[in-house]
Design a binder for this molecule. Structure first.
Ligand SMILES: *Cc1c(COP(=O)(O)O)cnc(C)c1O
Length: 494
């Protein structure tokens, strides 16, 4: 296009002020304010100017398409406004069947957690104020009392069942304390720095893990100023390997849960009891990074081999670290539970001040823990999802399918089918454990599976599904029950 033609097009563009004076802009200004509207107009005009100036012929705007764009200018400004004033972080429908999906925000919070969070956040609180004494208090007291209950009584109701209560709580001695930091990565950093700075930590080579999002044990170790002492081999480590590596520089024995992988075949790993015995004999603390850290007995939903926090403490592990937003089902947090004297050293470390969490986290965590204390497991969304039976999921799926089919009957371009499948826990828990589920499998006459999945993502709210073998798979295990209607409506519109 010639320069003269181009400048003709540029001249057709109205000015920001002209647009601001248009009556339909006035309504937007009344609603969203003058400066936001002016900014959106500038952004839309800048985009048009850039398109006119384009050197590449195909993407260049010609006279006809410019007229078209000018006709839709106020709609474009409104769209721009909605985008720039809308939230970037938004809620969505997780139809992947991955219960703890780090990309999708891990655990949704319990309703009681939201209520407590709202009440605590919208007014002042006794976060660090001792009400009876009327003086400064500590922020950790709010949840430490609940962790003491959950970790010293037998809330799992299995291992100690049948034993007298005093005996089961005596099995975990001495007193267990818990502190809260920003996430489990921070918990591991604080624990290693407090217990092993300047000294050595013994870890099995089979446990030098990397958890998604670049959390690597060797890196955290070096940041904590402790020296990693690797023992054994990737697939086999014996307790004698730990024993041989102990010197007067050794400060800690560390066990790391292999959260996101399993080693199978010719393998050997010392039992926790052997490590506990060694630690006791050599008077060294034993720490276990559990990662997910269940406070709920996963055996009851058919998941075995995932160690619970109580199991580890009862076995004699001195310190455990775990996440607040994995299997626990609470807010993002890192929890350090264990021997009170060791936890006290972490509390007095200045790193603890840097890694501490705010009142929102304490509020959400306190309410989540209270649900456990009350054995109200269905109140915690991730626990409810794990406990859902295949039949319950199939029932909901059947209802959605018949609803969509009754609307779609005539056009029929979307095909829905119910098939068996598997949900996974995710979030670094039980890497190979699956929960049987019933999936809605979608295919569309006019769209590929990837296009269909993109349509679902573009919905408001976005729907995230799995794509497998040319089909879009919807797993209702992770869809909140009140989102079923959104899903049915979206599918009906296809
Ligand atoms: C998930 C995980 C971490 C990191 O926890 P965040 O809460 O995400 O910081 C550390 N260690 C293990 C074993 C984990 O599974």
């Amino acid at each position: 296009m010639s320069t003269a033609n181009k400048s003709g097009l540029f001249q057709k563009l109205p000015s920001t002020d002209e647009l601001l004076r248009q009556p339909d802009m006035q309504a937007l200004i009344d609603r969203e304010g003058h400066s936001a509207v002016a900014e959106s107009i500038r952004a839309v005009l800048a985009r048009l100017r850039q398109q006119i100036g384009q050197e590449v012929a195909e993407s260049q705007l010609d006279e006809k398409s410019l007229d078209l764009a000018l006709g839709g200018l106020s709609a474009a400004v409104e769209r721009q406004l909605r985008q720039s004033l809308g939230y970037s972080l938004q809620s969505l429908v997780n139809a992947t069947g991955v219960i703890l999906h780090t990309n999708l925000g891990r655990a949704p919070l319990a309703a009681s957690a939201l209520d407590h969070l709202r009440a605590t956040a919208s007014a002042y609180s006794n976060l660090e104020f001792d009400l009876p004494k009327g003086e400064r208090g500590k922020r950790d007291v709010h949840v430490d009392r609940l962790f003491q209950k959950l970790l010293s009584e037998d809330h799992l109701g299995t291992a100690a069942a049948g034993r007298p209560a005093e005996q089961s709580s005596a099995a975990i001695s001495p007193v267990i304390s818990t502190i809260v930091v920003n996430n489990n990565a921070a918990a591991v950093l604080l624990a290693l720095n407090s217990l092993a700075e300047g000294g050595e930590v013994i870890v099995s080579r089979g446990e030098l893990v990397e958890i998604g999002g670049s959390f690597r044990i060797p890196d955290v170790m070096s940041k904590s100023n402790a020296t990693l002492r690797e023992v054994g081999t990737t697939n086999r480590t014996r307790v004698a390997d730990y024993e041989r590596a102990i010197t007067d520089r050794t400060r800690l024995l560390l066990r790391v849960h292999r959260s996101n992988f399993e080693i199978t075949g010719f393998t050997e790993q010392p039992g926790l009891d052997e490590l506990v015995a060694l630690a006791r004999r050599r008077n060294l603390p034993l720490m276990e990074d559990l990662g997910s850290g269940a406070l709920f007995d996963l055996r009851s939903v058919g998941i075995t081999g995932e160690p619970g926090v109580v199991d580890s403490l009862r076995a004699g592990v001195d310190i455990v670290t775990y996440s607040g937003d994995k299997l626990l089902g609470g807010p993002q947090a890192g929890l350090i539970s264990g021997r009170a004297d060791l936890v006290a050293r972490m509390r007095s470390n200045s790193l603890f001040r840097a890694l501490r969490v705010d009142k929102l986290t304490y509020a959400a965590l306190e309410a989540t823990l209270l649900a456990y204390v009350k054995h109200d497991h269905d109140a915690v969304p991730v626990l409810r999802m794990m406990r859902l039976s295949k039949d319950e999921i199939a029932h909901r799926a059947g209802k959605i399918v018949s609803k969509v089919e009754s609307v779609q009957a005539k056009s029929g371009r979307l095909k829905l089918e119910l098939v068996d499948g598997e949900s996974v826990v995710g979030g670094g828990a039980a890497p190979s454990a699956v929960l049987p589920t019933r999936l809605i499998a979608l295919t569309h006459a006019g769209l590929s599976a990837d296009e269909l999945s993109a349509r679902l993502r573009a919905n408001a709210p976005p729907i995230i599904a799995r794509v497998e073998e040319g089909r879009v798979l919807i797993d209702l295990r992770t869809v909140l029950p009140d989102q079923d209607a959104v899903l049915a409506e979206m599918l009906s519109s296809l």
